[in-house]
Design a protein. Sequence first.
Length: 312
Amino acid sequence: MDLRQLHALVAVADHGSFSAAARALHTVQSNVSTHVARLEREIGATLIDRASGTLTPEGELVVTRARRIHAELDALAADLASLHDEIAGRVRMGSIGTTARWLLPPLMAEMSQRHPRVRVVVIDATTSSLLPQLGEGDLDLAVVNLPVVDPDILTEPLFEEDHLLLTPQGHPLHDRARIDFGELDGIPLLLEPQGTGFRDHLDAQATRLGISLVPQAEVDGMRLLASLAYQGFGAALVPASAAPVWLTGGWHTAPVDGLQRRTVGLATRRRGLPSAPARALREALLAVIAAVGANQRGIHPLPTVGTARDTG
């Protein structure tokens, strides 16, 4: 087994066919086919269904491991470079969109100043989408909603944030200065789906207090929830960072009392040493949150920033 075989298999998985993989690798299709066939003979299993071009269960397993190998090789090259020169290389970071909105501009500026040769690639997605990418090695670290329950993931809390109710003009709770959580009992709300961290957090507190949360619609994405409320579709219960402060118009935001704050944290893989660029990005991230987090409405940086937790 050699790296060219693994590269060929991952390319077919990423691009959907042998011909597309060959174009991505700047080679001919016969080379890709040969590498995959040799890998299959060595492993003793069919990795790609030739009729559909999709991975077999064995192929899925090998590709997952291959991605981790490639990530470790990238980290190895970056670490070796950092021993002889300034830190350089690529780091892949995921972030939930609500946090990325205020965190990324100062973070990118900080990284450019500290480590100009580090290339930061950012993926904006939900927690439920980011965690699998982190586990498979497609991301080096991710800013996500806590808690995370995964034996292969380590987390460290970064900050807490308040809850807000976004209401369009004409809603019964519009123009209220503050709202108690109990007042939302039985009122249709725009919510994230069950199974997402934020919704489970709300449901647990509602159950404890005997409150019934009624979904008017369920949307996996805080910014989309805020947008729907802004456009008049209903009231949305969201974390503070999901309410853009620059938008004006008929909508209204009110803090919700009686709810525990949402916790946002940094997630990394338990296995493998983070690369030098990943370690540098983490340090810059912690510094930026400590410096500018408290200036964001409803954001409360934690004094325990930098303390990793097991999630298993």
